[in-house]
Design a binder for this molecule. Structure first.
Ligand SMILES: [Zn+2]
Ligand SMILES: [Zn+2]
Length: 104
């Protein structure tokens, strides 16, 4: 199950489970779309992969038998903070950004 992290790991903006601007990499690293576009330029600072829009989990279990939705699987409350310096991120992004995510 996808971990719905509560904040942008770079600027710390709140990203609730229905935030329209939440982006994730394949390892669930979570950033706001502003940071992805302007600072990370679609390069995850940790794994180097690209980002996609995070899907919105429904509020309730629409099929009773599966016990899904936020009422059964609430978002994480553990705020995650990127520990790389901005210089380190910029060097990492410069090394990778010219490659399309499928070619990294
Ligand atoms: Zn951000
Ligand atoms: Zn990543």
């Amino acid at each position: 199950m996808l971990e719905l992290r509560p904040n942008c790991e770079l600027c710390d903006k709140d990203l609730g489970p229905h935030a329209p601007d939440a982006m994730i990499c394949s390892y669930e690293c979570t950033y706001c779309s502003d940071c992805v576009a302007k600072i990370l330029r679609n390069v995850c600072p940790k794994c180097g992969g690209g980002f996609e829009k995070r899907p919105m989990r429904p509020h309730k279990a629409w099929r009773e038998e599966f016990k899904l939705g936020l009422e059964n699987h609430p978002p994480s409350t553990r705020r995650v903070h990127n520990t790389f310096s901005s210089d380190t991120i910029e060097a990492h992004v410069k090394r990778i950004e010219h490659l399309a995510p499928k070619d990294r």
